[in-house]
Design a protein around this ligand. Structure first.
Ligand code: TRP
Length: 347
């Protein structure tokens, strides 16, 4: 991590995940595990968010489904190791300053900037005229999520890099237009290639909750037997594992299973291959299966336990929102003051 902004701003990490339902090993290794590592490192304050306002930009979900997804994501965060007393764990809509700052940023960001966003172009497809205004404004809300905390570092996947560049552009333009040094120019912390988890049925596709084949993914809610069975059935090739990283080229499925092993055992791919090079999948798969069950089954049972106590989840989120607002309310007031608006009335 660079210290570029750390001299003037409290080192603070912010990241978010959409409560769109269905968490996989890909969410765990690609995002949640890193969030936990950053929390445990203790070098930064950490704020993690369920972004329900983003989850309605493509289409409105059934209300009970959205509520369930949000609670499930909260349970997933905690089961994965986020401690709601150490980190601030929140649901976006419970902290109104996100949406309030987003409006200001809608007025900072330029149409041209937004039109260049590849996620907008991909998600709106050919029918931009029929996409919601919220989908178009999505990256400005994301910038507000980050900057309402003056967050200095944001761990995200490669696909969100452009949105972070936009966040920086918004901070720079606001600071410049008002002649202030108010918003930090946030640093992206992009995931390494090793944590990109691919489908167990096709090593060229990302592991996804929306793949029609449940065997293609490990869900965070899968129990030990299901995890073991899915790994046993995972697609492989007939060759033995190589001893060198180069030997995984053009072997997408082999590479994926080795990557998963490396991420779960917190080793580099080279270290794993030094150990398992020369083994057949018949021997490697039971090793991977034992490891995956040891690491993932406790998460699914903790999630199940939490999902049985929704009142507890709701209490955690209320407490998180209170802690968050101690940061976000003053930053919103200062923003309004810089602009020349009257601060919101407090009740
Ligand atoms: N757009 C992010 C994603 O889909 C989720 C997100 C919303 C986010 N707000 C954020 C990520 C702020 C990091 C910081 O992955």
């Amino acid at each position: 991590m660079s210290d570029e902004t750390a001299t003037t701003f409290t080192p603070r990490v912010f990241s978010g995940i959409q409560p769109s339902g269905g968490l996989t090993l890909g969410n765990y290794l690609g995002a949640m595990k890193r969030f936990v590592d950053m929390q445990d490192a203790g070098t930064h304050e950490t704020v993690y968010c369920m972004v329900d306002l983003h989850a309605i930009t493509a289409k409105f979900l059934d209300p009970d489904t959205l509520r369930k997804n949000t609670r499930e994501l909260c349970a997933g965060f905690i089961a994965a190791g986020i401690d709601p007393e150490t980190s601030i764990l929140i649901n976006q809509s419970q902290v109104p300053e996100h949406a309030q700052l987003a409006w200001i940023f809608n007025c900072v960001a330029r149409m041209g900037w937004m039109q260049r966003m590849t996620q907008w172009k991909d998600k709106a497809g050919k029918n931009q005229q029929n996409a919601s205004l919220g989908l178009f404004a999505y990256p400005a809300l994301m910038a507000a999520d980050i900057l309402i905390y003056h967050a200095t570092h944001v761990p995200v996947g490669e696909d969100q890099k452009q949105h972070l560049e936009l966040t920086r552009d918004i901070a720079i333009k606001f600071n410049h237009d008002y002649g202030v040094d108010f918003f930090p120019v946030t640093e992206p912390v992009i995931e390494g290639a090793a944590t990109r988890v691919m489908s167990l049925r096709d090593g060229s596709k990302k592991m996804s909750k929306s793949d029609p084949s449940d065997a293609s993914r490990i869900n965070l809610t899968d129990d030990a037997d299901t995890i073991a069975k899915k790994i046993r059935k995972a697609k492989t090739d007939p060759d033995a594992l190589p001893s060198e990283v180069d030997g995984l080229q053009d072997r997408a499925e082999a590479r994926n299973l080795v990557n998963i092993y490396a991420a779960l055992s917190e080793q580099s791919v080279a270290e794993v291959l030094a150990e398992v090079g020369g083994k057949q999948f018949g021997e490697f798969k039971p090793m991977l299966s034992d490891l995956a069950v040891a690491k993932m089954a406790p998460i699914s049972s903790e999630m199940a336990r939490l999902m049985d106590d929704q009142a507890e989840i709701d209490r955690i989120l209320t407490r998180g929102a209170e802690r968050a607002r101690a940061i976000t309310a003053p930053i919103l007031r200062q923003t309004y003051d810089i602009i020349g608006m009257v601060p919101p009335v407090t009740l």
